[in-house]
Design a binder for this molecule. Structure first.
Ligand code: NAP
Length: 240
């Protein structure tokens, strides 16, 4: 699929990787980008820069009514990017159960709900879906145990969708970033990639039809190792 002339929807578009995905899509010539956020006001800056090609929509992943309502506003859609997500920082042993549930509710059930709501539009255009996962979907990092589990669940969802939807002409991509320089990774001290670099790499890989996308240097290293020796990744992350 090509970004130019496409209709694209990005969740969590008001900041971080989502905002860069919107900016890069419009820069590449997308016909229309549906930018979703919990708070519509947080999209005003993007709206004033891009005018009619940017359509703001309200979606809260934990509020199914908001998702269903937004889907009624979208007739044509070539690419759905499930980007919105949370990292509660909860370890599974000592974290608050509410935070552990929040990660799963947002990153797994929210992604599922958005996908189901927009699937009719994606199917009509025989389009694509890209789910923002993480390298910790491949193996858990104990300090991020709740987040890792939610992203692993979202990876399983992505694989299930891929098998089911390819028969209906829809391509499904899994994106596994390493640390990216956004609010979410503020506490992470590892080297981080700029979100616009990650956004460009994601669109380039979608354009090449890659199913599993490793959009930065750390992700490529982990991805390569995971394909050869997944147990090594589990041991490495387990010791971090
Ligand atoms: N940054 C990294 O190092 C990294 C690495 C691997 C994967 N990822 C993944 O990449 C995606 C984007 O992350 P990011 O780094 O850009 O994070 P971010 O800067 O924290 O932005 C998160 C975005 O998700 C939105 N969001 C959170 N909860 C939501 C909800 N319940 N309903 C709707 N939107 C919600 C936020 O909206 P509000 O402004 O309303 O909170 C914000 O737009 C996430 O799925 C994340 O897990 C990030």
């Amino acid at each position: 699929m090509k970004v130019a002339t496409s209709h694209i929807l990005v969740t969590g578009a008001n900041r971080g990787i989502g905002k860069s995905l919107v900016e890069v899509a419009l820069e590449f010539g997308a016909a229309r980008v549906y930018a979703t956020a919990r708070d519509e006001e947080s999209l005003h800056g993007l709206q004033s820069r891009f005018g009619d090609r940017l359509v703001p929509l309200v979606i809260d992943l934990t509020k199914p009514d908001s998702i269903v309502k937004a889907a009624t506003r979208v007739e044509k859609l070539d690419l759905l990017i499930n980007n919105a997500g949370v990292l509660s920082s909860a370890g599974l042993v000592s974290g608050r159960i509410e935070e552990i549930e929040r990660d799963m509710q947002t990153n797994y059930f929210g992604t599922l709900a958005v996908t189901r709501a927009f699937l009719p539009a994606i199917e009509r255009s025989r389009g694509s879906i890209a789910n923002l996962l993480s390298v910790v979907a491949l193996a858990s990092m104990p300090g991020l145990g709740a987040y890792s589990a939610s992203k692993a669940a979202a990876l399983s969802l992505t694989q299930a969708l891929r098998g089911e939807l390819i028969k209906r002409g829809v391509h499904v991509h899994a994106v596994f970033p390493g640390p990216v320089d956004t609010d979410m990774a503020r506490e992470i001290t590892l080297p981080k990639t700029a979100p616009d670099v990650v956004a460009r790499a994601i669109y380039a890989a979608i354009g090449r039809g890659e199913e599993d996308i490793f959009p930065d240097a750390m992700a490529q290293q982990v991805g390569g190792q995971w394909l050869k020796a997944p147990k090594e990744i589990e041991r490495m992350f387990g010791a971090m």
